[in-house]
Design a protein around this ligand. Structure first.
Ligand SMILES: Cc1cc2nc3c(=O)[nH]c(=O)nc-3n(C[C@H](O)[C@H](O)[C@H](O)COP(=O)(O)OP(=O)(O)OC[C@H]3O[C@@H](n4cnc5c(N)ncnc54)[C@H](O)[C@@H]3O)c2cc1C
Length: 380
């Protein structure tokens, strides 16, 4: 019997496992596949190293301190920021480092386990069932944390939230390419398009970069992801930064992400907490979800520890997760961003074209334009 079972060892689940295990509790961290590289741009907001993971320095990731953003008609605005600790990571190395930290803190990682249902006793959820290469497995625990991302089966089976509808998602495709390029190594590049969505190029090191694009909202249904990706990587304006014709494709993938903010009613139930993408911890305007997911993992862990200490794992106790100031801040931030999405992406990119044209000559307006897009990339 575990004190806490966590389904999903992404950034949210690994942080939660680390904190609960460090407090001396018995933790099972259940993961589908530690060799899966989550499709992601890999930009990790400032504060991740300083506040949550000083160990990230081991990855020698690119330190990012500036951004160039382009409207669909290629007006460009640039910004720099302090402190200089935003980074771009390769998700395979990053996720495995975070899992290692959780294991070194005392959690037990069960790889090749796909969780698919709860174990019930008198309607109470007393554990989870997984499919593994050696058959069905059962894990029993006092508190169950759902951290298995946007496609979580358990989140739906918990009854706390329903399946996302296509317009409630972002859908993006990206690749890691290797070869000579003209990117500044401390700068990320974001390209708005004539659809709801954007493309990006994030430098990973001297020769490798992460490139991708995606749509969200109703444009998921209006555009074909493979076509817009092909159009994006072959666009002459993009080619200025990566001009070679024969980049080596190290990896590529596509994946959806929640894009309507946090599903506030789903965060907790009797002995259940939902964290990270599974609960919608992704900025509805920028798609930034790594740092918000880590914050949700940290707060869920603290909530679970207090509940175990007081021997009360009911939803009355676990609601402290949603009431925590850090979670309230993210909820408010994402609510505000979601309300601005329609305005920001109006008229097939025309609003952004005009905003960038004005911002190029007005420092204050430029700052506000950046703040509109980057939710909490500088905070937490
Ligand atoms: C294309 C794309 C680009 C993105 N770019 C950025 C970016 O640049 N910066 C940023 O901050 N955010 C970005 N995001 C969002 C970011 O990837 C997520 O918000 C973040 O990874 C959420 O962390 P998580 O731990 O909640 O979920 P995940 O990272 O999705 O982790 C879930 C874990 O659960 C495991 N799992 C899944 N199902 C099961 C199961 N049934 N049983 C057991 N284990 C399971 C998975 O293997 C995975 O390890 C991007 C997303 C996409 C799709």
């Amino acid at each position: 019997m575990y004190d806490v079972i966590i389904s999903g060892a992404g950034p949210a689940g690994s942080k939660c496992a680390e904190v609960v295990a460090k407090a001396g509790y018995k933790v099972a961290l259940i993961e589908k596949d530690v060799n899966w590289r989550k499709p992601c741009g890999g930009a990790v907001g400032a504060g991740a190293i300083e506040k949550y993971y000083p160990q990230l320095k081991q990855l020698n990731s690119t330190i990012i301190n500036s951004v160039s953003m382009f409207s669909a008609d290629y007006h460009k605005i640039k910004d720099t920021w302090e402190p200089k600790d935003s980074i771009v990571v390769d998700r395979l190395a990053f996720d495995n480092l975070l899992r290692t930290i959780a294991v070194e803190s005392g959690a037990t990682l069960f790889n090749e386990n796909v969780s698919y249902d709860f174990i019930l006793e008198n309607d109470k959820k007393i554990g989870i069932k997984t499919k593994s290469p050696s058959g069905i497995k059962e894990y029993y625990g006092k508190i169950i944390v759902i951290a298995d991302g946007m496609s979580s089966k358990l989140a739906q089976k918990s009854g706390l939230r329903t399946k996302w509808k296509t317009p409630e998602l972002g859908i993006a495709k990206c690749a890691i390419l290797e070869g000579k390029n003209k990117l500044e190594k401390s700068r990320i590049y974001i390209f708005f398009r004539a659809y709801k969505g954007y493309g990006w190029i994030f430098p990973l090191d001297e020769n490798r970069f992460n490139i991708g694009c995606g749509t969200f909202g109703e444009d998921n249904l209006n555009y074909n992801l493979n076509n817009i990706y092909k159009e994006f990587i072959n666009d002459p304006h993009i080619k200025k930064y990566c001009p070679e014709s024969n980049y080596q494709e190290i990896w590529k993938g596509s994946y959806p992400l929640p894009s309507i903010g946090i599903i506030e009613n789903c965060l907790f139930g009797d002995n259940i907490l939902i964290i990270g993408d599974a609960a919608g911890f992704v900025s509805p305007i920028s798609g930034e979800g790594i740092l918000p997911s880590i914050v949700s993992g940290q707060v869920a862990a603290e909530t679970a520890i207090n509940a175990l200490k007081s021997n009360n794992i009911s939803k009355q106790t676990l609601k402290a997760y949603k009431k925590h100031p850090d979670i309230k801040n993210i909820i408010m931030n994402f609510r505000l961003k979601y309300s601005l999405v329609k305005f920001f992406f109006e008229n097939k990119g025309e609003k952004i074209n005009r905003m960038f044209m004005l911002a190029a000559n007005d420092e204050d307006f430029k700052k506000q334009t950046f703040d509109l897009f980057f939710s909490g990339i500088y905070v937490y």
